[in-house]
Design a protein around this ligand. Structure first.
Ligand code: TA6
Length: 307
C-alpha cells in the first residue's frame, strides 16, 4: 500500500468535469477505485461509489437537473436553516447557489488531509442572498474521500457580519438502500425526537432499532455521535459519525408522498432513506468573527462486523 500510495498520481485523485448545464463537478478518487462527485451547484455531493463502482447514495431518476433546483438525492447542504421558515425556501438557499473552489482555505488538521483525496469549496452570500438573510458569512466545505473509501464532509461557517446570527443546519444525506423494509437504524434507541408528521410533538423512541413500515419524518435530539444504518438484504451497514451535529433527521416519504413528488419516482421511496446529521433543535449562534464546524463521516462496512 505504501508504495502504491506513493505512486498514486494526485492528478487522478481529483478531476474537474462539467455537467449537462455546464456546471463544474469535482471527481475525487482513491487508489482502490472508490470515487465521489461534488457539484459546484450547492456544494452537493451527488455521487459516492465504493471500489466496485457501486453507488452508495440515492439519486432520483426523476431529478430536475436544472439550477436552481437541487438534484433529489446525494447530500444537499441545508443552510441557513433546515426545514421551513417564512422568509427562506425550505432547507435554505446554500443548496441552490453556485459555490466556488477555495484555493486558499485556512488549514484543517493533518488527519483531515493525509492520504485523502479532497476538494475545498467556498460559498459567500450575494447581495441578493443578503436581502433575504441579512447576515454575512463565509461557508467553507471540505469533501474528502479516504483511502478506506469513507466520505467526509467538514463545514466551517464563520460570522463575518457586524452582528451575531443564528442558523440551523443539515447534511441531508440520501442513503441508497436495497428495500426500505429491509433496513434498520441502530443508535437512536431511547432518544427523544419530535415528529414532523404530528405537529412536531415530542416522543421518546422505544428500546429497539428503528424499522420502517410507513412514512417517517422525525428529528432525533441530542443523539449519539455514531449511528448505524443496516441494510439487511445487501449485508451492508452505513456507519455515520458526526461532530457538532447534535440532531439526526430520519425521513422517508413512503408511497403517498412519493407519488405526489414530481422529482421522485412513485416507488423510489423503497430505495432511499434520509439520515441527516443536523443542528436543528438548538440553532447555532455565532458572534462576529466566530466559526462553527460541523463534521460528518460515512463509512460502509459489511454488516457482519455489526451484528
Ligand atoms: O425532515 C426532512 C424534510 O424536511 C421532510 O419534511 C421533507 O420535506 C424532506 O425534508 C424534503 O427534503 P428535500 O430533499 O425535498 O429538500
Amino acid at each position: 500500500m505504501g508504495h502504491f500510495a506513493a505512486v498514486w498520481d494526485s492528478q487522478l485523485a481529483l478531476e474537474t468535469i462539467k455537467d449537462l448545464n455546464g456546471v463544474d463537478q469535482i471527481v475525487l478518487r482513491n487508489p482502490q477505485g472508490a470515487s465521489a462527485r461534488v457539484s459546484l451547484h450547492g456544494g452537493q455531493v451527488i455521487s459516492w461509489r465504493n471500489e466496485r463502482g457501486e453507488e452508495l447514495l440515492f439519486a432520483s431518476s426523476k431529478s430536475i437537473l436544472k439550477p436552481p433546483k437541487a438534484m433529489r438525492g446525494g447530500i444537499p447542504i441545508c443552510f441557513p436553516q433546515f426545514g421551513n421558515c417564512d422568509s427562506l425556501e425550505q432547507h435554505g438557499f446554500a443548496k441552490n447557489k453556485l459555490w466556488a473552489v477555495d484555493d486558499d482555505p485556512p488549514p484543517l488538521p493533518a488527519n483531515d488531509s493525509n492520504g485523502k483525496s479532497f476538494v475545498n469549496l467556498l460559498f459567500k452570500p450575494s447581495d441578493e442572498d443578503l436581502k433575504f438573510w441579512p447576515h454575512n458569512f463565509e461557508f467553507r466545505l471540505r469533501v474528502s474521500l479516504g483511502i478506506d473509501g469513507n466520505l467526509t464532509l467538514i463545514s466551517r461557517i464563520r460570522n463575518v457580519n457586524g452582528k451575531p446570527f443564528s442558523f440551523s443546519f443539515g447534511y441531508h444525506s440520501y442513503l441508497s438502500v436495497s428495500d426500505i423494509s429491509e433496513v434498520r437504524i441502530e443508535g437512536l434507541e431511547t432518544m427523544d425526537y419530535f415528529d414532523n408528521l404530528l405537529k412536531k410533538e415530542r416522543f421518546t423512541e422505544q428500546g429497539d432499532a428503528i424499522t420502517f413500515e410507513s412514512e417517517i419524518d422525525r428529528v432525533y435530539l441530542s443523539s449519539p455521535n455514531c449511528i448505524a444504518v443496516l441494510d439487511h438484504e445487501r449485508k451492508r451497514t452505513y456507519v455515520i459519525r458526526k461532530e457538532g451535529l447534535p440532531d439526526v433527521v430520519v425521513w422517508n416519504p413512503w408511497e403517498k408522498k412519493s407519488k405526489a413528488m414530481s422529482d421522485l419516482g412513485d416507488d423510489e421511496y423503497k430505495q432511499m432513506l434520509c439520515v441527516d446529521g443536523a443542528a436543528i433543535e438548538k440553532p447555532i449562534a455565532l458572534k462576529p468573527g466566530e466559526e462553527w464546524t460541523g463534521r460528518l463521516e460515512i463509512a460502509v462496512v459489511p454488516s457482519k462486523f455489526l451484528q
